[in-house]
Design a protein around this ligand. Structure first.
Ligand code: PLP
Length: 383
């Protein structure tokens, strides 16, 4: 069956199902050996020193902000064109969100806009920045890092769109998205539309030992059984709650699925690259603006976002043909919640212009050539 075609979806193999069944038959449904194995394998795939599995990507952002000490006096820069969780993580901790506009070609946060924002405020005003590798296009973190270092700011990389992506820095050195070389912390999501699916699920990667220890504590109520950091010790049963943490654990059932999914991540990435090349070719010399091809790295193509004049018309035409294209994203500063905090239309013109024309076409590893040809046919028929 070629229809319906969503914009993204999971692919669950027999091996995935087998891995979950084996865990269901084991002694551990949560907090068992699969979590540690998934963390180790994910860290090795990404090239970071540590990985901490959590219940979802939003929890990963919340814990990241907590671990970095965000509170109601903390000001953080975020892109308006990303999923709402990037700003919300800051807000959960009481921090203040400031937006900087995006780059009109890459759709990532624009470093000049970040620089201008920093310079418009007193020295030391901003503590950090959350940047997204938008649609899977790696943010050039070496350039951002130079700016944040000057201003004593941390970086959290939202790499939810980009596991498997990489870029080359100005010295031609390769950096995987989420590797922790430039950013203090990076977050990932395993929601079914992302590269790796566990149902709900998330991961935080880092190279920083202190942050790693803190994240592990916060993920499970702030409770420890480690005698080295406890005030007292009454015996084998004893534990202490030393921080106000949460239950943000990932179950072993899901970690087993994640391990299995990770084993085919490279093959799936190749398929996404192939699909992107086929779309790019089909849209040459048409009114469709395809995503800018990356020459200094690997775009992970979580999304394939086009820009088109009559976006609503094309969206409706595709939906009428059971092609469920989507819009990523409605700018965050235009959400009623953020408008109530003082943001308004016109604040970030590049983001708003992007939003008016953007459309995400179907992009996932199990999309067949036949399905993609049908999508292309329907797009070109309309434009
Ligand atoms: C999916 C996503 C999140 C949130 O992840 P959940 O697992 O759904 O909580 C955060 N940021 C971006 C960019 C995402 O795409």
């Amino acid at each position: 069956m070629i229809k319906p075609i969503p914009y993204g979806r999971q692919h669950i193999s027999d091996l995935d199902i087998q891995a979950v069944i084996e865990t269901l038959q084991s002694d551990f449904l949560t907090q068992g050996p699969k979590i540690a194995e998934f963390e180790e394998k994910f860290a090795s795939y990404i090239g970071s020193r540590y990985a901490v599995a959590v219940s979802n990507g939003t929890a990963a952002l919340h814990l990241s902000m907590m671990a970095l000490g965000v509170d109601d006096e903390t000001n953080v820069i975020v892109s308006p064109i990303t999923f709402a969780a990037d700003g919300n993580g800051v807000r959960y901790c009481g921090g203040n969100v400031y937006f900087a506009d995006i780059d009109p070609e890459t759709y990532n946060i624009d470093i000049n806009s970040v620089k201008n924002l920093i310079e418009s405020m007193p020295e030391g005003f901003f503590s950090g920045i959350v940047v997204v590798d938008f649609a899977g296009r790696p943010m050039e973190l070496d350039i951002l890092r130079a700016l944040t270092e000057e201003n004593d700011m941390w970086i959290v990389e939202d790499a939810c769109h980009a596991p498997g992506g990489h870029f080359f820095d100005i010295n031609e050195k390769r950096h995987n998205c989420g590797s922790g070389y430039f950013a203090e912390l990076a977050v990932f999501s395993f929601h079914p539309v992302k590269h790796i699916a566990t149902g709900e699920g998330g991961m935080i990667t880092t190279n920083n030992t202190q942050l790693y220890e803190k994240l592990k504590l916060l993920r499970t109520h702030g409770i420890t059984k480690d005698p080295a950091i406890m005030d007292q010790n009454h015996g084998g049963w004893y534990y202490e709650m030393i921080e106000l943490g949460y239950n943000y654990r990932m179950p072993d059932i899901q970690a087993a699925l994640g391990i299995s999914q990770l084993s085919v991540a490279d093959a799936n990435m190749q398929r996404r690259q192939e699909l992107a090349r086929r779309y790019n070719k089909a849209f040459e010399n048409t009114p469709i603006k395809a995503p800018k091809v990356m020459t200094n790295g690997l775009h992970a193509y979580h999304l394939y976002v086009i820009q088109v004049e009559n976006r609503k018309g094309l969206y409706d035409h595709l939906h009428a043909n059971q092609i469920y294209a989507q819009v990523h994203y409605v700018p965050m500063h235009l959400m009623p919640y953020y408008k109530n905090l003082g943001f308004k239309e016109g604040d970030y013109p590049v983001s708003e212009a992007y939003y008016n024309k953007c459309l995400s076409l179907p992009m996932y590893a199990s999309l067949t050539d036949e399905q993609q040809d049908y999508v292309i046919e329907k797009v070109l028929e309309f434009v």
